[in-house]
Design a protein around this ligand. Structure first.
Ligand code: LLP
Length: 420
């Protein structure tokens, strides 16, 4: 069962392993909370995308897990980067991604960020508003460069996912309305320092049914032909990311091959190169969050397992009521209890699981929170002044720390007066 999350995750002699490495031994060596990722899994996922979409450029969505060692793995597997900030651009370069494989989305790019990316001549600015087009044109002019743009269109498709991560519906802040996008394309064409080369669309995240992709890509392809007729040279169709993963034991998820089967027939007659921006489906199930049981508390009507990972380490349950499967690192024959698994933070919303049947664990034991590789560490914070967790990457029987655990000095670093 557990192998359905990640084939490199399995119990051996009653102990949970990721690849050839015992998770208990990692927890003991590096302490908890501890993020552990499987490099082979990340490679496999990118290979699956490559095989399903041999002609596409896959730009790994850095926001899902921005550890430069993870981005470097994606790069080694031929991926570029999908970024949304100057920080993500900086880290992608650090990881060795070539600017010619970087696409940049986001509704609020600052002048400084635009200048940084224009200077590097990245592959594509996914522009989200008419005003951004104007500003990008001015920046490019000032720098004596031409910026390649795609306009992010909003196809008004319901991706049937959590409302906070639906991005392609009419009411959302993202993109411009696809029905009137022609207007923005004409505007962009008049701007001398922009080169209009693509259409961008990202409808949401954790999408478990490929039909919204079909609907969105049909609308994008319609726009493509309209633009071609109007004399635009559209070289790229960037269909974003969003493919969902397994979080719940009874959940099944589409594979990159299923996505290919659904959308390749829709785009096949165009001459444009396809770009995809997967994040979660590359790294989500590569990672687990290890946490140690601190206390057990029985209030009669309610039982609590109190662990050392809080909403500052993994905010998804608190933020989206997201389900993350939780298993003990040591498998024993024991009864199940219905419990809340909660963190140490001073908020009622600080939980990893509510009313969950899990094996009756003991103080000091380690638990593994599954599917934590995407939007886990990436959304972590210092809330309650808790230093951020350590991250370890395993591959085969080797492992290495890819981010040291923070200590208290990291909590005040920004407060100290800067040296002249
Ligand atoms: N491209 C764009 C323009 C995006 O906005 C996103 C995600 C992606 C690609 C990658 O989507 P993915 O393949 O990872 O679904 N924090 C939320 C997810 C927010 C996703 C935001 N945009 C969560 O924890 O569920």
């Amino acid at each position: 069962m557990i192998g359905e999350y990640n084939p490199y995750l399995e119990y051996r002699g009653g102990e949970l392993y990721l690849e050839e490495v015992s998770l208990k031994s990692l927890a003991e060596e590096f302490g908890t909370p501890l993020y552990v990722y499987s490099a082979s899994y990340v490679r496999d996922r990118l290979r699956a995308y490559r095989e399903a979409f041999p002609d596409a450029l896959v730009c790994y969505a850095v926001k899902a897990n921005y550890n430069p060692h993870i981005i470097a793995l994606a790069k080694e597997e031929g991926a570029g980067a999908d970024i949304v900030s100057g920080g993500e651009l900086y880290v992608s370069l650090l990881a060795g991604v070539e600017p010619s494989k970087i696409v940049y989305a986001g509704v609020g790019k600052t002048l400084k960020e635009l200048e940084y990316a224009v200077d590097l001549e990245i592959l594509l600015f996914n522009v989200e508003s008419p005003m951004e087009l104007e500003v990008l044109d001015q920046v490019a002019q000032k720098m004596g460069k031409k910026a390649r743009v795609a306009i992010r269109v909003n196809p008004d498709v319901d991706p049937k996912t959590h409302p906070y991560i639906s991005t392609g519906m009419k009411k959302s802040k993202f993109g411009v309305d696809i029905k009137t996008a022609r207007k923005e394309y004409e505007q962009a064409r008049r701007l001398k320092n922009l080169c209009v080369v693509g259409i961008h669309c990202h409808i949401g995240s954790q999408i478990l049914d490929v039909s919204p992709y079909v609907e969105a890509s049909q609308k994008v392809v319609e726009l493509y032909w309209e633009l071609l007729k109007a004399g635009f040279d559209i070289e790229y169709l960037d269909l974003g990311g969003g493919l969902g993963i397994k979080y719940k034991p009874d959940q099944s998820n589409p594979e990159p091959a299923d996505l290919a089967e659904a959308i390749l027939p829709v785009v096949k007659d165009t001459r444009a190169k396809l770009i995809l921006e997967p994040g979660r489906s590359v790294v989500g199930n590569a990672g687990v969050l290890l946490t140690q049981v601190q206390f057990l508390k029985d209030k009669g009507h309610k039982h609590f397992v109190i662990v050392d990972a809080g909403m500052n380490d993994l905010v998804r349950p608190a933020m989206y009521s997201a389900y993350h499967h939780i298993v003990p690192v040591e498998k024993k024959d024991r009864p199940y209890v219905k419990t809340d698994v909660v963190g140490p933070i001073c908020e009622t919303g600080d939980f990893l699981a509510l009313d969950r049947e899990i094996p009756a664990v003991e103080r000091g034991e380690y638990l593994a929170v599954l599917s934590a590789g995407a939007y886990g560490f990436a959304m972590s914070s210092h809330y309650n002044l808790r230093p951020r967790a350590c991250e370890v990457l395993v591959e085969g029987s080797s492992y290495r720390v890819i981010r040291e655990r923070e200590d208290y000095s990291h909590l005040v670093g920004e407060l100290l007066p800067k040296k002249p």
